[in-house]
Design a binder for this molecule. Structure first.
Ligand code: SAM
Length: 327
């Protein structure tokens, strides 16, 4: 088992398949960003399978594929098939913007993909275009409805963006009236590669206060290592989650490890990354060498995101884009 110095068992891995995306969300990968990884830097699917097998042996039970947009990676479905057929994890989840998955929903269901987190910050077409830089709203709306009707558990992620989507958030809450899915609102984090410090920002308390003025939200139980504070509007089918991502209220139960497209590892979203996995895999390191590598990374997991951020700033490195980290 992978257990850190603070007694937290790491059983959830988030794997960012690529730092590239077909959208240009201004809070994540803004227009004009060009500092992408060369394709040769990326781990191949076969190389990813090498470390995933080790992580599965080390007690990781949940995998999330994310990005960038995971589906811009060519033939991603073959990779999902391989993971599924080897039965490496109890749960496979995917975070996607939904624009490229139209042809795959039935296959994802059939492969036993447990959940999809769909990023959708607004149901207003113009605002969607303004935020993402692309006119893809109709496509994502259609995917939202298809996923809601599928066997795959659906969560929708909306980043709280003052000046861009605040009036639209209530509409997203009310979507849970007749549709059984989880609508999650995420505090914006300063991870769009631009080091902007002047943006207006709402924390979860401000958002809860805003919602409380318009709608009755009742707290409901939250799973142990969940990042969301959970609510429901009485009588509504779906649920509401609020993720205090920037306030970092959930580090004490963090159970995750993040692996980037080139095998760079983050034991904390706010911390620096550790390299070396790609080199180990490419030099055909033994299983025990890979286990030792993961144990060392997990052992050094910072207690919380504030401590991690401090050491990152001391190391004089900036936050990577969220597209490279995977959310
Ligand atoms: N392309 C996929 C998508 O759009 O869902 C996966 C990658 S995206 C980086 C993963 C998640 O991170 C999305 O739900 C997105 O909303 C969230 N995210 C990205 N940038 C963020 C930011 N600056 N603050 C908070 N959440 C962010």
């Amino acid at each position: 088992m992978l257990v850190d110095r603070h007694g937290r068992q790491i059983n959830y891995v988030r794997l960012s398949m690529t730092d590239r995306c077909n959208l240009r969300c201004n809070y994540c990968l803004p227009e004009g960003f060009t500092d992408f990884l060369p394709k040769t830097a990326l781990l191949s699917y076969e190389e990813h399978l090498v470390h995933l097998r080790v992580l599965s042996d080390l007690g990781v039970t949940k995998l999330r594929l994310t990005g960038g947009e995971p589906f811009v990676r060519r033939d991603l479905m073959s990779f999902i098939k391989a993971i599924s057929s080897e039965k490496l994890f109890q749960e496979i989840h995917i975070t996607t913007n939904g624009t490229l998955i139209n042809d795959y929903i039935a296959d994802l269901e059939q492969l036993g993909v447990n959940g999809v987190n769909l990023s959708l910050d607004t149901f207003n077409r113009e605002n969607f275009h303004r935020i993402t830089g692309r006119d893809e709203f109709e496509k994502v709306l259609n995917i939202f409805h298809r996923l809601a009707e599928s066997k795959i558990s659906l969560k929708v992620n909306a980043v709280v963006l003052p000046g861009q989507n605040i009036p639209d958030l209530l509409e997203l809450v009310h979507l849970t009236k007749d549709i059984d899915f989880t609508m999650r609102f995420i505090e914006e984090m300063p991870f769009n590669g631009l080091n902007e410090t002047q943006r207006e920002w709402w924390n979860y308390e401000k958002l809860l206060h805003y919602f409380s003025e318009h709608v009755a939200l009742s707290p409901i139980p939250t799973a142990h290592s969940s990042t969301s504070m959970m609510y429901q509007v009485p009588g509504y089918k779906g649920k509401i989650g609020i993720i205090a991502a920037q306030s970092r209220s959930f580090c004490g139960t963090c159970n995750r490890l993040r692996i980037g497209p080139k095998g760079d590892i983050r034991s904390c979203l706010y911390g620096t990354s550790t390299n070396g996995l790609k080199e180990l895999i490419r030099s055909e390191a033994s299983q025990s060498e890979l286990i030792k590598f993961f144990e060392e990374v997990v052992s050094a997991k910072p207690k919380d995101g504030f401590i991690a951020e401090k050491s990152m700033l001391q190391a004089n490195t900036n936050h990577a884009t969220m597209a490279a980290i995977g959310g």
